[in-house]
Design a protein around this ligand. Sequence first.
Ligand code: CU
Ligand code: ZN
Length: 191
Amino acid sequence: MNRMPLSVPRALSALLLAFALPVFAAHHESGETMPMMAKAPEGFTAVAVLIAGNDSGVTGKVTFTQTAEGVHVQATVTGLTPGKHGFHVHQLGDLSKADLTSTGGHFNPEGHDHAGPMAAMRHVGDLGNLTAGADGKAMADFVDPKLALAGPHSIVGRGVIVHAGEDDLTSQPTGAAGGRVAGGVIGIASP
Ligand code: CU
Ligand code: ZN
């Protein structure tokens, strides 16, 4: 007789807890994914000045500017052999080895396979190929939706690499693009 008034509040609080816990967990999960969406202010620009890997003679410059649609990439590279050259953001901004292997592998914070720039799942650093003309000059101008200039996916402080050969967009984990003919460190640009 006197058990009912006690057990009803108990059942109620157990019920509340059962509903409240998943809600808390959902909030916690979204709290973890939110920083990946971090975006630099529009107009924020980073730059990488490319130096030659070994004695390739390849040099250039790449700028990355935050826009509403994504990161606007503009590249000018000279001294290349005519044709396609793999173009990626690598994990590290370390040019201390002459062959530029000190920049590590492709920047891949989500642990996906290597792919082309249009793939839904790819390395964040997979920017496809630059195409050089007969004069050895390659230019690129595109907006990429996966690059970031702030947050855990930020490419600031990492490396940009241009390869000797073509990225086939499928071979793992690098697209079989060959050696590294030029590379630079992505830093905050002078205004
Ligand atoms: Cu690469
Ligand atoms: Zn890749």
